[in-house]
Design a protein around this ligand. Structure first.
Ligand code: PAF
Length: 290
């Protein structure tokens, strides 16, 4: 696996692959790789060759009071995992390469970037879409793989790609969970033993909503109440939001729609975790996927 640190060299490799009519797959990450990331890599490997991953801890998507300085950076372990997965290259730029002095252009998806995660973390999505557009320009992938845990992020990137005519298809991949239901996240390492147990409350709340839907409930308020009831039962949990939204615009719904999400964001101690349940309606039937 080649480690590529400059934009010029990464663009050269991409140009070569496109000239040879090969299908470039790309997995953008901020490092601290877990099984969720590796599932994206495996999917990319099935569908593309060459496959590139990037590790770039993007400072522009962290707020001033967020966890940039303490975000885990196990670069040797990460590199070993990607080597073992036999990808073609790791794009590993530093901050000066991505944001040279004078950098002043940003991309923002209006509306979608202002709700839920965008409301709780002002500026976060502007940082995400800006860096993702840069990465797509640099790596030139035909397919880029995103995890459904960050469903709103993935939806926003899809919107951006469509709006700005980027020649990349965004592939949304299932959430990978620990055995007890906790969605894999690089932030899970912040949780101490008691918090780690408490953190299962997110998926338990989503399951409660799924159960209600299974027994015929379609009213969003009732589903929200079912989630809040479970969340309130965990003293270490402080709820940021627990809502039913449509899967396109992430607007609150009165009744579950054809394609919706139940989304939760919860602080466990100082760690903010998110999770979601995908809801798809086929006629009167509902299918939910945790
Ligand atoms: O989901 C992430 O890890 C990041 O937001 C991404 C997409 C790599 C952009 O920095």
């Amino acid at each position: 696996m080649e480690t590529i640190r400059t934009i010029a060299w990464m663009k050269e490799k991409a140009k070569e692959a496109r000239l040879e009519q090969r299908v470039i797959g790309f997995v953008p990450t901020m490092g601290a790789l877990h099984a969720g990331h590796m599932a994206l890599v495996e999917r990319a490997k099935k569908e593309c060759s060459p496959v590139y991953a990037s590790i770039f801890l993007n400072p522009k998507q962290f707020g001033p009071r967020e966890d940039l300085s303490k975000y885990p950076r196990p670069i040797e372990a990460d590199t070993a995992k990607l080597e073992a997965a036999k990808i073609d290259g790791l794009f590993l730029p530093d901050a000066a390469e991505m944001y040279p002095p004078g950098f002043s252009t940003y991309v923002q998806v209006e509306g979608l970037s202002e709700r839920l995660e965008g409301k709780s973390r002002p500026g976060h999505f502007r940082g995400v879409t800006t860096v993702v557009l840069k990465l797509l320009e640099i790596v030139q992938p035909h397919f880029a793989y995103f995890g459904r845990k960050d469903a709103q992020q993935a939806r926003m990137v899809q919107r951006m790609v469509r709006d700005l005519n980027v020649d990349t298809e965004i592939v949304l991949c299932p959430i990978v969970r620990e055995a007890d239901g906790l969605a894999m996240s690089s932030r899970n390492v912040y949780l101490h033993a008691e918090e780690r147990k408490a953190a299962t409350v997110l998926s338990r709340a989503l399951r409660a909503a799924a159960r209600e839907m299974g027994s015929g409930v379609r009213d969003a308020l009732q589903l929200q109440q079912a989630m809040h009831k479970v969340l309130a039962g965990e003293p270490r949990a402080r709820v940021d939001y627990a809502e039913i939204v449509d899967a396109e615009m992430f607007e609150p719904l009165v009744r579950v729609g054809r394609r919706s999400y139940a989304v939760v964001a919860v602080f466990i101690g100082k760690t903010r975790l998110i999770d979601n349940l995908l809801i798809e309606a086929k006629g009167e039937e509902l299918r939910t996927e945790l």
